[in-house]
Ligand binder design. Structure first.
Ligand SMILES: Nc1ncnc2c1ncn2[C@@H]1O[C@H](COP(=O)(O)OP(=O)(O)OP(=O)(O)O)[C@@H](O)[C@H]1O
Ligand SMILES: [Mg+2]
Length: 337
C-alpha cells in the first residue's frame, strides 16, 4: 500500500529545463521525509506538483490516499503547505492573517481566534500580533507563515525550507513544534538546505539532483554508504592553505574540501590514527602550522558533497549569507585545484 505521500515517475519541464525527470517518492504515514538537493535540483517543483500548485507533464501522485491529478480540490483539503517564500498578507496583522486562514478552512470564528492566539504565543509573535505584517522582520514573517500552515492540523504537511532565515534559537524551537506534530501522527515532507535539520527530523532522506532522486535512505544508511573517515585540519596561516591542500590530497581517497573563511580543509581517508600521524608529520615537514587536526566520521554534509559534488548552501538568504556563498564558490574552485 502506498504511503501518505506517493509519487511515481513525476516529470515536469519548463522549456528546455527538465525540473523533474522521473521522481519516485513514498512516505509512510506518520513519518518525515527530508528532500535534499542543491539549488535548482527540483525540490520546490516536486512540492508544487504534490500540492496541486503545478501540474506535472506525466507521472502519478497520491497524497493522503487521494489522486493529486484527478482530485486536486480534495487533496487541498487534506494538506498543509508552507512555501519557500513566506505568503502572508502584508496589510493584515499577524493575528488577522492566522484568523483568516482558520476561516478559509471553515473554522468557527471563536475557534479560529483561539487557535490564532495559541500559535502567536507558540511562535513568539504575541507582542507583534496586532501590527501589520509589513512591519515584521524576515524571521517573523517566516514564523507567521509556518504558524499559518499549522492553523488546522492536516494529516499531510509539506514544508519547503521551513527554517531558512530563522536564527538558531527559532530554528530549534520550530524543530520541537515539528516533532510534536509528527508525534501526533502527521506525515511531513520537508525540503531543507540545513543538513543538520534533516539529520534531526527526517526518518528518511531522499537526495535529489537534476530532477531525479539519486540516493535514498536514513541518515545513518547514507553516511555508511559514503564510508571512510575524514581528516579535518585547521591551518594557522591563510597562505598555507594551498600547500596544506596539496599534502592532504596526497593522503586522500577523494577530493579535498577547502573552507576559506575558517581555514579548514577536509579530506576523506582510510587508515585511521596511523594515517593521521603521517599527515601531521608531513604538514610539519612542510612548515605548516596547524590550529587543530582530527579524525571524524562522515556527516550528512559529506554525503551531500560526495553525491552531488556541491556543498550545501545553508541560510543563503540575506546579505550575510550571500557573503558566505561567495566563500563557497571560492571553496569549490579551491577544491577543484
Ligand atoms: N516556473 C518556472 N519557469 C521556468 N523554470 C523553472 C520554473 N520553476 C522552476 N524552474 C526551473 O526548474 C529547476 C528546478 O527548480 P526548483 O525551484 O524546483 O529547484 P529547488 O531544488 O527548489 O532549488 P532551491 O534550492 O534553489 O530552492 C530550476 O532549473 C529552475 O530554474
Ligand atoms: Mg526551492
Amino acid at each position: 500500500m502506498p504511503g501518505a505521500i506517493y509519487a511515481e515517475g513525476l516529470v515536469k519541464t519548463f522549456g528546455d529545463v527538465r525540473a523533474l525527470d522521473g521522481v519516485d517518492l513514498d512516505v509512510p504515514e506518520g513519518t518525515v521525509l527530508g528532500l535534499l538537493g542543491p539549488n535548482g535540483a527540483g525540490k520546490t517543483t516536486a512540492v508544487r506538483c504534490l500540492t496541486t500548485l503545478l501540474r506535472p507533464d506525466s507521472g502519478k501522485a497520491v497524497v493522503a490516499g487521494i489522486d493529486v491529478l484527478k482530485q486536486p480540490n480534495e487533496v487541498r483539503r487534506s494538506i498543509g503547505l508552507s512555501g519557500q517564500f513566506a505568503a502572508v498578507d502584508e496589510y493584515l496583522t499577524g493575528r488577522e492573517n492566522l484568523q483568516m486562514v482558520g476561516q478559509l478552512y471553515q473554522m468557527r470564528s471563536k475557534a479560529a481566534k483561539a487557535r490564532a492566539g495559541e500559535l502567536l504565543e507558540q511562535f513568539h509573535l504575541a507582542d507583534a500580533a496586532d501590527r501589520p505584517t509589513k512591519t515584521y522582520s524576515g524571521g517573523m514573517r517566516r514564523r507567521l507563515d509556518l504558524a499559518a500552515a499549522l492553523v488546522v492540523s492536516p494529516p499531510v504537511m509539506f514544508m519547503d525550507e521551513p527554517t531558512t532565515g530563522l536564527d538558531p534559537r527559532n530554528r530549534q524551537e520550530l524543530w520541537e513544534v515539528i516533532k510534536q506534530l509528527v508525534a501526533g501522527g502527521t506525515t511531513l515532507l520537508l525540503t531543507t538546505q540545513y543538513l543538520e535539520e534533516a539529520d534531526h527530523l527526517a526518518h528518511d532522506i531522499a537526495v535529489v539532483d537534476h530532477g531525479r532522486v539519486i540516493a535514498r535512505g536514513t541518515s545513518d544508511q547514507l553516511k555508511a554508504r559514503t564510508g571512510g573517515e575524514r581528516v579535518e585540519v585547521v591551518v594557522h596561516e591563510r597562505e598555507h592553505m594551498g600547500t596544506a591542500a596539496e599534502v592532504l590530497g596526497g593522503f586522500g581517497k577523494g577530493s579535498t574540501t577547502v573552507e576559506e573563511h575558517t581555514r579548514k580543509l577536509t579530506v576523506p581517508v582510510t587508515g585511521g590514527a596511523k594515517l593521521l600521524a603521517e599527515v601531521i608529520r608531513e604538514l610539519d615537514t612542510r612548515g605548516i602550522e596547524i590550529d587543530d587536526i582530527g579524525l571524524r566520521r562522515p556527516t550528512l554534509d559529506d554525503v551531500f558533497l560526495s553525491l552531488t559534488g556541491h556543498v550545501a548552501e545553508a541560510g543563503r538568504n540575506g546579505p550575510a549569507a550571500d557573503a558566505g556563498r561567495e566563500d563557497k564558490d571560492k571553496e569549490k574552485k579551491e577544491a577543484a585545484k
